[in-house]
Design a protein around this ligand. Structure first.
Ligand code: 13P
Ligand code: SF4
Length: 319
């Protein structure tokens, strides 16, 4: 039964969403960090790169983006003529917020001889100030596109930036941004978990801090972590990323033991408060009312499309 007064109590949200999806010629794209019900009703669940590629390829008239604002913005940037709705317009991202446009523009102006590689977790305005976009799936490949003598800025995630520096040996200037979800994992609790599960493999997202990453046997994007767990012959995994991914891992690798690594404090698992603003009810309302819509001013859209299209044209790690 629905608790939202604008949704009649006899509405079965799953049936209603399916019916509205057909009526609206809509596609539902969801990130792995969405709640399980949303993942289950989505047409495609993926990481940032996979979702960008799906958004680019879809012939649907409406894109319901179950993710955060910068992701829906990417869908709009590559589809200016489609309606893109985000179930909760307030679903932001601490990492994207760590790079305000005015400060970023000043930083760019202070380093005119640098090329700028921006992680997709940033605003359309910051994308428009960048030379190329990357995701956690392809950051190493994107950095390697540039000749060794080219000076580089990597923004806004310093943790992913440090990881890429380690992988490529490139000396990049890092923007001082971070993801609030991946920065709160507790090393002490992780080590206690390892003691209790000596056969467990640790898998981690590169947005985690270096002192956490050094414990990981596998580091990669959410899709990479999912594939690793699915294909590994081993049985037990400690997962260092937002805990929504465990839903897909459990579906893809039934029988394996999946342990969400705990953050500092009392919580047992780590959820992104921005991603979790979306609910099945808000998704239903977004499809029914075709709002809230994502709009990007045309000049910004064209500026952001250039570095984004450069990434999407790369025939690498097709997400
Ligand atoms: P990926 O989707 O690239 O794995 O990144 C995770 C993330 O934090 C998205 O906000
Ligand atoms: Fe942003 Fe981190 Fe949430 Fe991803 S998990 S949307 S990077 S705050």
């Amino acid at each position: 039964m629905s608790v939202n007064p604008t949704i009649p109590t006899d509405v079965d949200l799953f049936d209603a969403i399916e019916a509205l999806k057909r009526e609206r010629k809509a596609v539902i794209l969801a990130h792995y960090y969405q709640e399980p019900d949303i993942q289950d009703i989505a047409d495609f669940v993926g990481d940032s790169l996979g979702l960008s590629r799906k958004a680019q390829a879809t012939d649907a008239e409406v894109i319901v983006f179950a993710g955060v604002h910068f992701m829906a913005e990417v869908a709009k940037i590559v589809n200016p003529d489609k309606t893109v709705v985000l179930p909760d317009l307030e679903a932001g991202c601490s990492l994207a917020d760590s790079a305000p446009t005015d400060r970023f523009a000043a930083f760019k102006a202070a380093h005119p001889d640098h090329k700028i590689i921006s992680y997709i977790n940033c605003s359309a305005e910051v994308k428009a100030l960048s030379d190329i976009i990357c995701t956690s799936s392809n950051a190493v490949d994107v950095v390697n596109l540039f000749p060794p003598e080219q000076k580089l800025i990597f923004a806004p995630d310093k943790n992913l930036g440090r990881y890429v520096i380690e992988q490529t040996g490139r000396d990049m200037l890092l923007w001082n941004g971070a993801c609030q979800v991946h920065e709160v994992f507790s090393e002490k609790k992780l080590m206690q978990l390892r003691m209790r599960h000596p056969d467990a493999v640790v898998v981690a997202h590169p947005e985690c801090e270096p002192h956490i990453l050094r414990h990981a046997e596998h580091i990669g994007s959410t899709t990479s972590l999912l594939n690793y767990v699915q294909t590994s012959p081993l049985k037990t995994f400690i997962v260092l990323t937002e805990s929504g991914i465990l839903h897909q891992m459990a579906k893809a690798a039934p029988g394996k033991e999946l342990i969400a690594a705990p953050p500092e404090g009392n919580c047992a698992c780590n959820e992104c408060p921005h991603m979790r603003r979306n609910t099945l009810e808000k998704l239903y309302l977004a499809l029914r009312d075709l709002q809230p819509v994502i709009e990007v001013p045309e000049a910004t859209r064209l500026g952001a499309l250039k570095p984004l299209a450069r990434m999407l044209a790369m025939d690498l790690n097709a997400g």
